[in-house]
Write a protein that binds this ligand. Sequence first.
Ligand code: PNW
Length: 484
Amino acid sequence: MRSFPTDFAWGSATSAYQIEGAWQEGGKGPSVWDAFSHTPGKVANGDTGDVACDHYHRVRQDVALMAEAGLKAYRFSIAWARIQPSGTGAPNPEGLRFYSDLIDALLARGITPYVTLHHWDLPLALETDLGGWLSPRMAEVFADYARICFDAFGDRVCHWITLNEPWVTAINGYGNGLFAPGRVSTDEPYRAAHEMLRAHGAAAEVYHRDFQAAQGGVIGMANNCDWREPATDSPADRGAAQRALEFYLGWFADPLYHGDYPISMRARLGDRLPTFSDEDRSRIRGSADFFGLNHYTTHLVADGEGASDPASNAGIVEDQGLRLLVDPAWPVTAMGWPVVPDGLRSLLLWIDARYDRPPVVITENGCASHDAVVDGAVDDAFRIDYVRGYLGACHEAIEAGVDLRGYFLWSLLDNFEWASGYAKRFGLHHVDFATLARTPKASARWYRDVIARGGLPAALGGDGGSARPTDVPFHWRSGVGLTS
Ligand code: PNW
């Protein structure tokens, strides 16, 4: 038996725009994703989140599915535009009630809520009136919204995530234009990221100063990072892989844990990378009580000049001086993302070394697969294999000393997969988007058994569960790229 800690947060995750629907109900205002998905050509098949999984009207049923799957924790996001329809001003009582009822329903089932304040669906008025994440005013605006949420829900919610994957918003929202607000630029990603870090810092300060002592919770950010494995053992490729990780996770986590961007980013970007004021820096440094990590895949990295490929999860590759490659032997998910469980183990060790052993929560991990209902059942063996492998990597990391506190499988339901629309299915539960019927997949039952046992069966030889060296390469630790 590969046992996990007894208080491990076994969970699943969703986000508001991807599941709720009811885009114009309950006093909700429009968001940038409403506008984006309604723009022809932006989302596959012309799909929108107008109805999505209709979770807004099916909350009770969906909480029952969570209970049947044995979840101990559930991560969801609050649609800011349900709380403040135009992003500022007095809260909308109907929006508050919706999330309050959800929280109560979870707690009644013994499921711990993990709440993301913002998962990409920015109130549209903040985009049109302020310029969205490019505006320095976003920090105060976001902190006001966060205060409303802490005030309304913090008596029952003890786990807060400020922002989901600011990397994706910066790169896909402001760099390649694949996601809302659909802007294309080589400078704006760095500016938008900077304002998101400032906004996180402002909201975390409100929580720490005005709520934490009374409510006793924790707050962090959910950053995404895939693993970057050196393509060869050469110093150049190893350096390039390290640089790739700094441009990916270090971009956000270095400010949180060390107070500034990585040296490698400053050196390559110069004035394109904004600078923190002393006030920003002291707000942001030390502002995360835990390290939220979303992780899906791995790429190989070779030193040299590369060109950005929006499909490659690479960021602005031209700025990094490297090329991303894949090993053709790796299996891939329905997203085309390589399945490399050992990359997660490596990444967890990298985080452990660089940020000095933070408590980590895997706020997302999962895969899209080609799932269909056959005779009332969905045999998603691919997903079971994927999750078994990645949980095995988590277990190895724990054995190696990583302080891993929880794992949230993305996702509870098949849902609106952003620019891919409903074509990509990540759920533990199949959703028929014509009837909105939910069907538990085989993975939901498998995951329930894992949770009930508190871990995985002992690894059979050779499946990746055997002992591995856990020495952290010197160049991860050495402070390469850390500001002094
Ligand atoms: C994350 N990339 O999205 C999000 O947090 C989820 O909302 C989403 O459904 C899930 O992962 C699966 O995609 C990502 O381009 C979207 O690197 C794009 C990228 C990474 C994560």
